[in-house]
Ligand binder design. Sequence first.
Ligand code: MN
Length: 238
Amino acid sequence: MNTVPKAADMAAYVFTPPTQATLSIAGTSELFPVHRVYCVGRNYAAHAVEMGHDPDKEPPFFFQKNPDNLISDAKEFPYPKASSDVHHEIELLVALKSGGEDISVEDALNHVYGYAVSLDMTRRDLQGQMKKMGRPWEIGKSFEMSGPSGPIVPASKIGHPDQGAIWLKINDELRQSGDLNQMIWKTAEMISILSTLFTLQPGDIIMTGTPAGVGPVERGDRMHGYVEGVGDLHLTVT
Ligand code: MN
């Protein structure tokens, strides 16, 4: 038996460690602990076209948000600093209960805990500047409150949604509209590809891309997101 204490047991932290980032789970008071947040770019053909790209020629690419950028059950989205062009991107969020490396497409969905409606809020002006300079997107994508999300609905209750409406209304006007079956890279394929690049872990999140119709929000706007079979998400921009 190993009686040597682990380093973490012996050393005090120099300050209180940050709180574990979590998402709520529908129908229970239990929390889902968030590890990493992977986001896929241009995963709906019509959105790739509206952003000026050819959807047929590109393999999937990924960027990350920070775990604490995801906020569960917020009623308000505070307009972020340093931008005057903040865009909405409605997305299906996938939450993993287990991980691994080199996960096969066939096995991939066995790693999914559940799904949520989420928004990949984007400082489009800053992202655009970074794109132009060939620099990373973090300042456009990974700011405070940039990933408001509804509660995770367990796959044990709803299965694995791969078709059905996904839309976003602003002040009751439809802005984004698509179908989950328009995703270029499917949930199982994204899990499999990510697992060739990273060691996936329980608590990892994948935000699966947005359909066409992205655009700016203004203070006072009421955002209403919806994913068929998963639920609704309501936020006011403040
Ligand atoms: Mn996105």
